[in-house]
Structures are given as C-alpha cells and as structure tokens.
Design a protein around this ligand. Structure first.
Ligand code: NAP
Length: 332
C-alpha cells in the first residue's frame, strides 16, 4: 500500500538525490532586472532579509528543494539563496539554470550562449555566487535550443557529473521532443516545464512517466493568479513583469490586471480547489500532485507567509481523482 510518505517522495534519477514533492521557485526573490530596453524581467522590489527568512522557514517545514537561475535578478537570486543556505547545504537540494547572458552591475539580461564553453563558465560562476562546490540539478534555460547544440550540451553535462560538479541535469523546455533528446543522457533526471490547473501539459507529463524523469513544474500558480491575491482589477507594481506582460504572459493584461478570461476560469473551479479546507494555492498545488506522481511544483514566493501557506499543501496531499474529473468538466 502506498503511504503518504511514498507519495511525497521524489528522487532525481540515478543521482539518488531526494527532493520531496514540493520545491520553491526563486525567480521573484532575485528582485529587479530588465531587458536592454528597460522592460521588467523581475517581480519588482524584494526584501532580501524576508527572502532569507522564507528559505530558512521552508527548511524547517521540510521543503528542501529550491529552483533558481543564474539570470534571476542578474545573479542576485543565487546570492540570496546562497546566503540563506550557508552552513545548511546538507539540508537542501538546489537547481539552477544557465544559457542567458547578463550584466550583474546593470542587472540587464543581454543575450544567450549555448556553447559548451559557456556552460562551464556559467556553472563555475553559479557555484561562486551560491557559495557551494556542487549543484544538485543543472538546467539548460534556453527552451528552444536547436537539437544539435543540445546534444553537445547534454554530453558536456555528463562531463560535469563525472567531475562531481553537478549531481544531475535537466532542460527547461515545453517541447517533449527536445526533452526526450536530453533524456537520452544517463544522468538527465528531470524536465522543467509549465503546467497548472488552468493549462494542463499532458504530453510533457506523459514523457516524464515514459522516461522516468521528474517533472519540475514552473508557474504552478499561474504567476499568482491561482493564489487568490490577484483579484480582478488589481494592478501590479512598476518593475513587476506582470505590469507590462510580454507576449507569452497571457494571464495578465497591461498594468498587471488579471485577464478577465483567466480570472473567470479561476472562479469556475475555486469551490472544488478549496474543498477540504485548502486555500486556492494549496488546491492548485494538490491538483498537480493528483495529475502526476512525478510532478514537483515549485511555487514562487516573496514572503515567509507564502512559504508557510504553500508548504502546508503537503498536509493535504493530492486532489482526489473525482475532484480532477469535476475540474475537467468545469473547464471545458
Ligand atoms: N523558463 C523557466 O525555466 C522558468 C519560467 C518561469 C518560472 N520558472 C521557475 O518556476 C518558479 C515558479 O513559477 P513563477 O514564479 O513563474 O510563478 P508561480 O509559482 O505560479 O507564482 C508565484 C507567485 O505567486 C504569488 N504567491 C505564491 N504563493 C502565494 C500564496 N501562498 N499566497 C499568495 N500569493 C502567492 C507570489 O507573487 P505575488 O506575491 O507577487 O503575487 C509568487 O511570486 C519560478 O520562481 C522559477 O523558479 C522557470
């Protein structure tokens, strides 16, 4: 019989590294960073002391997996995470990403580099910023890297595993064919992809099942829309990517106001998600666990309170199959 503990266990492939069913996303705690034309790529201002306290609170609550990227806050997210984990690395599992070029001084993202030489340089820089000598999961951040280049990077990652610099590697991509190409590598342990109760990702979840990967689930709360604090009419602050949403960010409109279409869909399923006494965010996380035993949602956070609420989703576990069916019926 499967116990609650089994259901909350997730392992990064051959590395044997145990991540747990819930991680935390460290994009927002990077603070402000921009494109060369000044458009926001961060989530507005953050309080680093609160971010450090939130990471440490997560560890106390048994959440040990943290997903960051070198480019979040142009290096700042890795530095803050490293500060929070100093002296506590044995309690944590850390994933970072590489592939984007950025200037730490101006906090600007200014290109990409998918060469193996840059992968090594980026890995060394991430190790320095985090303050550690090994990264558990190293992820390619460029989702549309051509297959021939990706095959070379996969072999470079195998080399980093052999050198003991990383435990395992993954690709952050929403393309199952690309993910399958990385999955050919012996130490490829996961794929990071989008999925949430508003927008399912059956092909990606199917691929993880087939290839024995973990699905590290980004934007599990639809960037806050599924956390209940983004009520219709509420505007995002300047400096928050939701305030001037890029083309791919369809959950929000100019000014960071939730899109009426998506807000209506959230309302349609709110009652099912919040049954059993869950908050909306806890219900959205429970839906992902109900969808796949390989799903590891990594909700973003900025405060201790958000971490506490999201970690408490673990006490409720997955939504039941009949609740998933009911949601399917409501979202047709
Ligand atoms: N290409 C990639 O590889 C990629 C792309 C996107 C994301 N990611 C990763 O996935 C992680 C998660 O995705 P995401 O940050 O895009 O979005 P998300 O997890 O869907 O939403 C996170 C946001 O929701 C709000 N929130 C979280 N918990 C809450 C709670 N309990 N109550 C109220 N509000 C709450 C917070 O924003 P406010 O407080 O500001 O509302 C938080 O920053 C990222 O941090 C990053 O690590 C990776």
């Amino acid at each position: 019989m499967r116990t609650e503990t089994d259901r909350q266990t997730r392992v990064l492939g051959r590395s044997g590294i145990e991540v747990g069913a819930l991680g935390l996303g460290c994009w927002a705690i990077g603070g402000e960073w921009v494109t060369p034309d000044g458009s926001p790529l961060g989530w507005g201002k953050v309080d680093d002391d609160e971010s450090v306290a939130a990471v440490r609170r997560a560890l106390e609550l048994g959440v040990r997996f943290f997903d960051t990227a070198d480019v979040y806050g142009a290096g700042h997210s890795e530095r803050v995470l490293g500060k929070a984990l100093a002296g506590r690395w044995d309690e944590a599992v850390v994933a970072t990403k590489w592939g984007n070029l950025f200037d730490e001084r101006t906090r600007t993202m200014d290109g990409r580099d998918t060469s193996p030489a840059y992968a090594r340089a980026a890995l060394q820089a991430s190790l320095r910023r985090l303050g550690t000598d090994r990264i558990d999961l190293f992820q390619l951040h460029i989702g549309d890297t051509p297959s021939d280049e990706a095959a070379v990077l996969r072999e470079a990652c195998e080399g980093f595993v052999a050198e003991g610099l990383i435990g395992a590697y993954a690709w952050s991509t929403d393309d199952p064919e690309r993910a399958a190409l990385f999955a050919e590598g012996e130490h490829c342990a996961a794929v990071q992809h989008a999925c949430n109760v508003l927008e399912d990702a059956p092909r990606m979840l199917g691929l993880s099942e087939e290839r024995g990967l973990l699905s590290i689930i980004r934007s599990p709360l639809a960037m806050g829309l599924l956390a209940g604090r983004r009520e219709p009419g509420r505007r995002a602050e300047a400096g928050d990517i939701r305030s001037t949403p890029p083309e791919w960010l369809h959950w929000f409109e100019e000014g960071g106001v939730p899109s009426a279409h998506w807000a209506r869909r959230v309302e349609a399923i709110r009652e099912v998600l919040t049954a059993d006494g869950r908050t909306l965010a806890q219900g959205a996380i429970g839906w992902l666990w109900g969808r796949s035993a390989r799903a590891v949602p990594i909700p973003g956070f900025r405060t201790v309170a958000q971490v506490e609420e999201n970690a408490a989703a673990l006490t409720y576990g997955p939504l039941r199959p009949e609740q998933l069916e009911e949601i399917d019926g409501l979202l047709v």
